[in-house]
Design a protein around this ligand. Structure first.
Ligand code: KG4
Ligand code: ZN
Length: 596
């Protein structure tokens, strides 16, 4: 039985041999497409508008559903004909690189090597395929060329392609952040009945729509073909290897055909960089090509708050839950990550228990439901309360929630067997449960972030970006906005206290080097701006093509692109913990052409 790895996603798929043949009969998948045009600058949550998908899935044999998708780290062999082919078949390694520290750990015991539970950085370390850390050290100046700009034409355009999991996203974005055209085909209805993303089906669905998505994004941008963009970017990891390959082969083919610069994009970096979409072109300003004051009609740069490096990022999606310091493009320091479930995953599972939404639609459904509920109705434990680190854990909350649902269900007369998964619960009870879950889930975020913010302040950081699918949640935005305000006030108080102490010392004639230093520190601290929250518009938080095009733009603006030859995908691709200075990075990357 193969264990399929869902790198950077939330499911392990344990495929039973008897399903392989059955799944193979699936063919001719058709996906309706959802093309999203225009740019919407709103922080309000848009109800999930997912495309209708023609049902083409096989029916599951009775009693099999849960078994198939049970998370497992057990080893198995792979079948090249299974819907999961292309995925590394081996068992999770007992040895891995911790992305926050790059130290290697090995666990051995009486039962042999075990998968460690306390790693940080890669949400589900289930794929032992090619392993290479991502860092700016590997960037190469203009490896496959750079877009040509001029005084008359200061901007360039990039076609971005995203197929790392269950969304086929394509977009054309201009280098000043203007989204020219985008197209998105989501597969959630395909995977709905399976309770998780089925890699083989995801790959087929990507393959069936990729060309039309590219065409749709290009036409919305008013372009005839990919030969009219200046560069092509594509997500090459982390994610489902066979899905990544669909986008990557398409992008490479187009780049080769039209002789365009090519950029290999890191999915998590693309999420983080969305907080910077619309960042004025400093390089262009420096070169005196154009003053980026007001934006043209339809532009976004002047209307969105932007995260400038360095900034703190909370990356919360279906497969990831981490706090990072973003130092620059290709330079990240992971401060904390999840020890078990990602937040989006917890939302999705809670939604499943309440039978609202399914798959990645679970989060938005929970959020809507929670708006009508009492967040104090059900007592749930706040995870890792008092723990002095920046890690997350949502498995305990998920289990406590499951027990709470069962308790309520039983109290309402539904037996454990009879009323399954809260289906019989009345609307208000479900809303109360959802609100209670969300309240505690956000409390955990607040606890961790407050600590991280305190730490990062010392490094001159005062911007918090919230990115990834879960960042679309309005309640999270509101609470984290309040957290930023709270932290700003708290910091001011800390400074005032410090000053009062210094004055007291001075009054007593005890001015020492320490008090002088404290005065200086207080003065510096006072100058620091308030904490600012930056959250991309909801539809740009979930996976999409814009984020890929934008990440490629960020890299190209610095003068980097990637070679086409030998470019492969990376199911796992953790951030290296880069502490190196930019000059050192550039020295490693070598010379090359100057910035575009
Ligand atoms: O970033 P994303 O599209 O895919 C991954 O890279 O995982 O994130 C999808 C996740 C899903 O778990 C979905 O339930 C969650 O984001 N999500 C939300 C909301 N919108 C999406 N969770 C809570 N509230 C939302 N409004
Ligand atoms: Zn994502």
């Amino acid at each position: 039985m193969p264990v399929a790895a869902v790198g950077g996603r939330r499911f392990l798929l344990l495929t039973h041999a008897c399903f392989v043949g059955m799944l193979l009969r699936v063919s001719g998948s058709t996906l309706a497409r959802a093309g999203l045009g225009g740019f919407c600058i709103t922080s309000r949550i848009a109800p999930p508008s997912r495309p209708a998908v023609a049902a083409f899935l096989p029916t599951l044999p009775t009693g099999r559903r849960r078994g198939i998708y049970s998370a497992s780290s057990s080893s198995s062999s792979s079948s090249s004909t299974s819907p999961n082919d292309g995925i590394s078949p081996s068992a999770p390694s007992s040895e891995y690189t911790d992305t926050s520290t790059t130290r290697r750990r090995k666990r051995t015991g009486s039962g042999g090597p075990k998968l460690s539970r306390d790693f940080v950085g890669v949400a589900k370390a289930t794929d032992t395929g090619r392993f290479r850390a991502y860092s700016a050290e590997q960037f190469i100046k203009g490896a496959s060329g750079l877009p040509v700009t001029s005084k008359e034409r200061p901007y360039f355009t990039v076609l971005g392609i995203e197929t790392s999991c269950d969304d086929t996203g394509v977009a054309v974005v201009r280098s000043d952040g203007v989204i020219l055209g985008e197209a998105l085909a989501s597969q959630y209805q395909i995977h709905e009945q399976w309770g998780g993303v089925v890699p083989g089906l995801a790959r087929d669905a990507h393959a069936s729509v990729i060309d039309s998505m590219v065409q749709e994004a290009l036409s919305k941008a008013g372009l005839a073909n990919a030969g009219e963009v200046d560069a092509i970017g594509v997500t090459v990891g982390p994610g489902l290897e066979i899905c990544l390959r669909v986008g990557s082969e398409t992008a490479k083919g187009l780049a080769e055909k039209y002789k365009k610069p090519f950029v290999a994009v890191h999915h998590l970096e693309a999420h983080c960089l969305m907080a910077r979409l619309g960042q004025p072109l400093v390089e262009v300003e420096e070169e005196g090509l154009r003053e980026e004051g007001g934006k043209e009609e339809g532009g976004v740069a002047s209307t969105l708050p932007l995260a400038r490096f360095p900034f703190l990022a909370l990356l919360v999606s279906g497969g990831h839950c981490m706090i990072l310091e973003c130092g620059d493009v290709g330079r990240y320091r992971i401060l904390g990550g999840t020890l078990d479930d990602a937040l989006g995953e917890a939302y999705d599972k809670a939604a499943r228990l309440l039978k609202v939404g399914s798959g990645a639609a679970g989060g938005p459904a929970m959020e809507l439901l929670a708006r009508e509920g009492n967040p104090k109705a059900v007592a749930l434990p706040v995870p890792m309360k008092g723990k002095k680190n920046l890690n997350f854990s949502y498995a305990g909350l998920k289990n406590a929630f499951r027990m709470a649902v069962t308790r309520v269900r039983e109290s309402q007369g539904g037996g454990e067997e009879g009323g399954k998964e809260g289906g019989e619960l009345d609307h208000q009870t479900k809303a109360d449960l959802a609100a209670s879950f969300q309240n505690v889930a956000i409390q955990h975020l607040e606890d961790r972030l407050e600590r991280a913010m305190k730490e990062s302040e010392g490094r001159g950081i005062h911007t918090l970006a919230v990115v990834g699918g879960v960042a679309a949640n309005q309640a999270i935005r509101t609470r984290l906005q309040a957290l930023c305000e709270k932290r700003t006030v708290a910091r001011k108080r800390e400074i005032e206290k410090e000053r009062a102490w210094v004055e007291e010392m001075e009054g007593g004639g005890e001015v020492t080097a320490a008090t002088a230093a404290a005065t200086a520190a207080a003065a510096v601290a006072e100058e620091l701006p308030a904490w600012e929250l930056v959250v991309p518009p909801p539809r740009l938080c979930t996976d999409n093509g814009v984020m890929v095009a934008w990440a490629a733009i960020e890299k190209l603006r610095l003068g980097y692109s990637d070679v086409l030859e030998g470019q492969d995908v990376h199911a796992r691709w953790p951030f290296a913990n880069l502490e190196k200075k930019k000059e050192e990075v550039e020295a490693v990357a070598g010379g090359g052409e100057s910035r575009p």
